[in-house]
Ligand binder design. Structure first.
Ligand SMILES: [Zn+2]
Length: 356
């Protein structure tokens, strides 16, 4: 199969659907990396350049708030502004890196609907001015609500998003573990496994409204833990594809699935999930570690140069400016993050599949 040719910049609308369809055929997926600042975005773009593949850059509500500044106290307003700011940063520099980017926002529970609506207010104005949406997609996570309410709110939001060529990611079932202050580590085990009937209900509720992806639970968890009771069961995804294909058509893999909690998964588990129509795998904990660890190593190794502005083992009058400068050690973190992301591209089978 020939490589998919893509232009640098933000991928939206029909081009994004073509990309998803291609990935299901080619059995590959893209890493979706959570970012909290321009350093994370730049590391992500560099990773995409090295992997010669598109990348998904996403912000959680907390990440978007942080992007605008933890100093700001109005959380919803800060997360709207941080999201807009990050989107502009990606749109400003992506072409310089020469990579296609899918711009996305992560989990939004019911209480965070004002965040998504605020982003859509900006998105609609952006679409009016430029003919494309600001973000490629947003996620709504109403998995805590009854299924019918989850799907009603998703359908109404998707109608608004489809009008500006956007795609919606929804969640069915619950991703275990803890992320961004949401702790699902004590949740009932049965909720950690989505039923094919629920996927079918979602398909029927959203199919005629617009383009969507589904984060289904198959024992995946946020965060990295010692192996425990929860077993990763990607066959849930396969059974859903078979069921919907049989009842509604749409080819062998009618659904675009999203894999949350990719950190800590084995390459075999990832490959199996991808073969069942996963087109996006979220990665956060592993890239947080990849960013922080080299900085810790630097701080440990150069400790004697970081005790004061002047004076180190080479002499009492020696300046420490080059060790103190945050650009030096921040870049070590960026490099670590980019390297870890290239590994994710490899695990997801995305290297060698694109022509940029
Ligand atoms: Zn998630």
């Amino acid at each position: 199969m020939s490589k998919l040719k893509l232009k640098p910049g933000v991928v939206t609308g029909a081009a994004l659907q073509d990309l998803f369809a291609y990935m299901k055929d080619a059995e590959c997926a893209l890493p979706a990396v959570n970012v909290i600042g321009s350093h994370g975005i730049n590391a992500a773009l560099q990773a995409a350049k090295e992997a010669q593949a598109p990348i998904i850059v996403q912000l959680s509500n907390g990440g978007a708030h942080f992007y605008a500044g933890k100093f700001l106290k109005d959380g919803i307003q800060a997360a709207i502004l941080g999201g807009v700011s990050a989107a502009h940063h990606v749109r400003t520099v992506a072409e310089a890196y020469g990579v296609p980017v899918i711009l996305h926002t992560d989990h939004a529970a019911k209480k965070l609907l004002p965040w998504v609506h605020g982003l859509l207010d900006h998105g609609e104005r952006f679409h009016k001015a430029h003919g494309v949406p600001m973000f490629s997609s947003h996620m709504l996570d109403l998995s805590e609500e009854p299924l019918h309410e989850n799907l009603e709110i998703c359908a109404a939001t998707l109608a608004r998003m489809a009008a500006i060529d956007m795609t919606l990611e929804i969640e069915l079932g619950v991703t275990g573990g803890e992320e961004d202050g949401v702790d699902n580590s004590g949740v009932d085990n049965s909720k950690l496994y989505t039923q094919p009937a629920d996927v079918l209900a979602a398909y029927d509720a959203l199919h005629g409204v617009g383009n969507f992806t589904i984060a289904a639970s198959f024992g995946n968890t946020h965060g990295v833990y010692k192996p425990g009771n929860v077993k990763l069961t990607p066959s849930i995804l396969k059974n859903s594809q078979v069921e919907i294909s049989r009842l509604r058509g749409g080819g062998a893999k009618p659904v675009n699935f999203v894999f949350h909690g990719g950190s800590g998964s084995t390459p075999e588990e990832i490959r199996e999930a991808v073969s069942y129509g996963v087109i996006k795998m979220n990665i956060d904990t592993d890239t947080q570690w990849a960013f922080t660890h080299p900085i810790k190593a630097f701080m440990d190794e150069k400790s004697a140069y970081l005790q004061s502005q002047i004076g180190n083992p080479e002499g009492d009058d020696k300046p420490n400016k080059k060790y103190i400068d945050p650009r030096g050690w921040t870049h070590l973190g960026e490099r670590g993050m980019a390297t870890r992301l290239v590994e994710a591209f490899r695990d997801l089978g995305a290297i060698g599949k694109f022509e940029l």
